[in-house]
Design a protein. Sequence first.
Length: 361
Amino acid sequence: MRVFDYSRFAEECWDSEILRLVAKIHECKGRQELFIRQKPAELDRLVEIARIQSTEASNKIEGIVTTSTRMHQLINEKTQPRNRDEQEILGYRNVLKTIHENYEYIPVRSSYILQLHRDLLEPAGLEFGGRFKNVQNYIAETLADGTRKVRFTPVEPFETPQSVEDLCESFSRAMALEYVDPLILIPVFICDFLCIHPFNDGNGRMSRLMTLLLLYKSGFTVGKYISIEKEIEKTKETYYEVLEQSNYDWYENRNDYRPFIKYMLKIILVSYNEFEKRVGLMNDIGVKSSAYDVVKVYVDNKTGKFTGSDVISNCPLYGRSSVLSALKKLTEEQVIVKSGVGRSTYYIRNILQDKGKDIEK
């Protein structure tokens, strides 16, 4: 059976890239805490946007999808699920809300992980929710020709309960004794959790929910305001690649966690940078500006294509309808050009207008 001993990381020599990323994230954490104390009310829209994006992205990684309209309605409790995918989306929404509101009171124990898994799968009516796996599972990929390639064989079912228990105990002990920075320990925990793959279904989603829980408990709450899951979804090919690299020789306790640690640290840092960018827009514009003013500033500083969702995310002071109305007006004024239809709709700045501004200067 695999041995979990996080005390050994106390003697580990981490390379300069990992240490640099850890230092930068701690700096960002300090700046975020300052802004939260100064203007907490202004962050409510960021929280709302992040909830939607996190639920959508984490489920999308697993092929669980619905329309954008339905997603907003489900997250805001304005409709009931119509199918299995929407039931599972509802489960993620529920657990995400639990973690956001109660993370201080959720210890890192196998019994609590089981309860979160139960709540994740409960809306879909799956009987194995809240239970460890009873059949062997595999981490596999589907190749272009349709065949499946096994990337990793997780822990066997009969070993799973004790493995999760040992994992939680080792992590909690290392955190309490401050062997190493939590920003390093958390990716290690998540990597080990995925190697155990403790459930018949929902392992990927649970790993991302556990990532948020562990970060929040360590004071890194950026995931409440910026969707970490969305950043992972945007780079999911790299996510799977670094996991495979860090899985090698896992059973022999010789695996190298560094690829996955670096990947997760970069994801967290990108999320903090995105938070600061959106907060910066709030400060530059001011809360008394109209939605049109805010969207116009965003558009004027945007290079390349952008979607309505991009604008909504980056202009959090205003609601969805106000932002879309501003986009419509800017399109009518030919400040921006709209292309595509439906979910493929995107905008670009009007190049002709930009040239006109350059001539005036």
